[in-house]
Ligand binder design. Structure first.
Ligand code: TRP
Length: 434
């Protein structure tokens, strides 16, 4: 089974260099790994929690989709879709809501932080807090488990959400049987967290970002504004305490970084250093920028891509949702008995088991659906001879004479009719499959 990797991108802003180096670039590289199925989606439902300006959500969705495509995501190889195009996500959110512990949600970091702010201001705990913010982790859990994701690459701040998703999925399974895969968070320590213009982590909330697809001139201007210390040209700089150097490293090879480091130590001026940084970043970004601009000019192409992605995603979501609806009791009133019969057949069938003993000979036994031994074979010289006997039993009906001929032994306490019934059961299951 390939590993399913899934991550969501909230459509609440314009992608910046930090998003690119920290999430987009590694995600696209990971999507090329063998034995991996990648699910990347635009979390537009999540954006409604923070943003009430519809035009901004639409704009951000367009920009983020264009960014991922321009950065080289191959939509034929991955599942790339928009959350709100998958109605099963909203549907599953409700099923999970009904097993999610409210106390657990009370302890979610984002919600608690909002409550703490209210408390500090001596306001009502929940002043201005929507149920959307409170339920955020449940929606996120639905995103994840609907696609049976094994791994969810996230930043540290999101680890608690993955733990909650695991908890809700486990509670669901405990109540309704094993249906959901429990996801695991993957925190990539080696992935760059980029500093922003002021040296704090590059983040929209600090207003210190460099947009990934700023035009060349703007990119240059923004880089010129990066805060540095006041060392003069010719004075040695300290690369380990320079945001500029951190940014440089994220966009160049180890060798290039090492020689840049040397130059800083030998007194390169900040002006020259900024020029070098601009050139390094622009070398990586320029080819993508061109694609990005072409895509932004044709929203219909991106929409088409997302529609195709959604269809591909729904092909996975719909069957699981159907199974879950049935599991909880949201059922077609007519098909209960039949489905139950099918489910029972699926659960357990009689089996033949072949094995080799210490005497070097080959044997097999026949067990019923409960695992009780019905028949024990004689010794065979080869696995092929044993297999032929099994095949014969599977197609024909068993009679006493046959049993004698091929050397079966009825196990004590088992009647021949038990064996016949088990064989019939196997037969019926095989027929049903065809
Ligand atoms: N909450 C995530 C963030 O802010 C975005 C997100 C939504 C997500 N659904 C997800 C991430 C599912 C991983 C898996 O970054």
């Amino acid at each position: 089974m390939p590993t399913r990797v899934l991550t969501g991108i909230t459509t609440s802003g314009t992608p910046h260099l930090g998003n690119y180096a920290g999430a987009i670039r590694p995600a696209i590289a990971a999507s090329l790994k063998p034995d991996t199925e990648s699910f990347y989606f635009l979390a537009d439902y999540h954006s409604l929690i923070k943003i009430t300006d519809p035009a901004r959500i639409q704009r951000s969705t367009l920009e983020i989709a264009a960014t991922w495509l321009a950065a080289g995501l191959n939509p034929d190889k991955v599942w790339f879709y928009r959350q709100s195009d998958i109605p099963q996500i909203a549907e599953l959110t409700w099923l999970l809501t009904c097993v999610a512990g409210k106390g657990f949600l009370n302890r979610a970091h984002a919600y608690k932080a909002a409550v703490d702010i209210n408390t500090a201001k001596q306001e009502d705990e929940d002043a201005g807090i929507t149920a959307g913010l409170f339920m955020y982790p449940v929606l996120m859990a639905a995103d994840i488990v609907l696609f049976g994701a094994n791994k969810v690459p996230v930043g540290r701040d999101q680890v608690q959400h993955i733990e909650m998703a695991r908890d809700f999925a486990a509670r669901f399974n405990h109540t309704y049987g094993e249906h959901l895969v429990l996801p695991e968070a993957v925190v990539e320590e080696s992935v760059a967290t980029l500093p922003g213009l002021d040296g704090r982590k590059m983040s929209k909330s600090y207003d210190n970002t460099i947009p990934l697809f700023a035009g060349k001139a703007e990119l240059k201007k923004l880089i010129a504004g990066i805060v540095t210390d006041s060392r003069l040209p010719g004075e040695p700089k300290d690369p380990d305490n320079s945001h500029l150097y951190t940014l440089y490293q994220a966009f160049s090879s180890a060798e290039k970084s090492a020689s840049f480091r040397q130059e800083l130590l030998s007194g390169l001026s900040w002006g020259e250093a900024k020029q070098a940084l601009f050139e390094t970043i622009d070398a990586e970004v320029a080819p993508m920028r061109e694609k990005y601009e072409a895509l932004m000019a044709k929203p219909e192409l991106i929409e088409q891509q997302l529609q195709a992605g959604a269809e591909k995603a729904r092909a996975i979501a719909a069957p699981l949702m159907k199974e879950l609806r049935y599991a909880v009791g949201l059922r077609d009133l007519r098909d209960t008995a039949e489905r139950e019969k099918k489910a029972a057949v699926k659960k357990a069938l009689p089996v033949f088991k072949q094995y080799r003993e210490n005497d070097g000979k080959f044997y097999f036994k026949f067990l019923n659906a409960h695992g009780d031994l019905l028949l024990q074979s004689q010794a065979f010289d080869s696995p092929k001879a044993a297999g032929e006997c099994i095949a014969e039993l599977k197609v024909g009906s068993i009679t006493t004479t046959q049993v004698e001929i091929i050397g079966w032994c009825l196990v004590a306490g088992v009647s021949e009719s038990d064996v016949v019934a088990a064989l019939k059961e196997l037969h019926a299951a095989a027929e049903e499959k065809h």
